[in-house]
Ligand binder design. Sequence first.
Ligand SMILES: Nc1nc2c(ncn2[C@@H]2O[C@H](COP(=O)(O)OP(=O)(O)OP(=O)(O)O)[C@@H](O)[C@H]2O)c(=O)[nH]1
Ligand SMILES: [Mg+2]
Length: 451
Amino acid sequence: MENDTICAISTPIGTGGISIVRMSGSNALAIAFKIFSSKNVSQESIKPRYFYLGNIHTADVNEKCMMVYFKAPYSYTGEDLVEFQCHGGVLVTQKVLQSLIESGARIAQGGEFTKRAFVNGKLSLDEAEGVIDVINAESESELKASYGLLKGNLHKEVEKLQNIITDILSEINVTFDFPENDDEEVTSADVLEKLTRAQKTLDHIIKTSTTGLKLKTGTKVVIVGKPNVGKSSVMNAMLGTDRAIVTSIQGTTRDVLEETYIYKGVKFNLIDTAGLHDSNDLVESIGINKAKEILKNADIVLFVVDGSQELDNFDKDIIKLLNDKKVIVVVNKCDLKQKINSSILPHAEHMECSALENKGITEIKDKIYNMVIDEKVLSQNVIITNIRHAEALSKSNEIILRVITDLQAGANLELVSLNLQSAWETLGLITGVSGTEEIIANIFSKFCVGK
Ligand SMILES: Nc1nc2c(ncn2[C@@H]2O[C@H](COP(=O)(O)OP(=O)(O)OP(=O)(O)O)[C@@H](O)[C@H]2O)c(=O)[nH]1
Ligand SMILES: [Mg+2]
């Protein structure tokens, strides 16, 4: 049943100052007053949006707490909603939750509060995704983009595009339904002009996804090189911590090490790997194979060489693996007398550094940042950070481009109208005005319980 009363602990499980237990549904208030009492208030006299001090009294619990009530439809879910602020302990909050379940509520599924908000028209699907993105944001840029999504920036743009399509569709319908009325007749040229403008907006939004998607997933930066060139030292210098073990012994790093860093508010995933060479050591060989695998999915490769030595065959073998990659050649150990002066890889950037003396490290981070981030995009209102949105936008863009080509080739407006309907529906997948229950369930399954 969709509107049974659900409850959950909305704060993280653990000890803290306060925990919040939340309940939503038509029986929320009645259930609350089965366990909560206060000399200041009763179920009949309670005012919405006021905090009341009282007691939750059950067989195991004698909990002094605060209660607040939001009356439907003026609540997060659009339903009657009650929240208890209890002492922040694991057992006490579980006992309060248990009492609510024994009094007639049922435990909420992950994201069920927000799903109800969506079903009750409080949020569109993309705005609901903004909620989870705000919760999960790890960098300032991701948080800013998530707030934009939650505020409805994308929603508004999608609606504007859908409205243009709706207008064109109704004009075409009028033309077909009242062919005798010349004043109302829409021409292919009118449609073409409106669609071309819409397509430009769409294109502009889609272009933000190159930078936007990276804000959320993080850019995968993989450090490779032969043993002892200073890969782990470069990683530590970039992170500003001694994350990886560094020794003068070849083959120190045997496994893949991954760590996140934030640079200028953007997230990067830095991956250190085992030195690539011919090894007879079983464990090291496994590490080397893993490194080659990881390399395939790298967004950017830092190919570290030791500037104090001539390149050897191991370096040259690695170069063969880098053909189709975005590479920065990091010539490390620049504090020593240098033996490498010329360019090593024609298609790559070359940077000098000394991991030991922390020289040239910020410049490497800057170079990586500039290779993936378009700063103009970061200041925009709409930034596409979600692959689902990017796909729906690209698909509708393809349809609109096809319609434009058809119109230019003299296609009739009836055919155009069918395709435009499909573009409208594809855009609607973003906000949830079109789409299936399966898509919706999949989105909310990624939420935590209590949200
Ligand atoms: N002089 C100098 N030595 C460095 C520099 N960077 C690293 N080293 C030294 O080079 C040696 C190897 O450093 P690592 O960072 O462990 O090298 P690696 O490439 O990770 O080595 P493996 O894990 O064995 O593949 C250590 O003795 C480091 O102190 C540098 O910039 N200058
Ligand atoms: Mg290492």
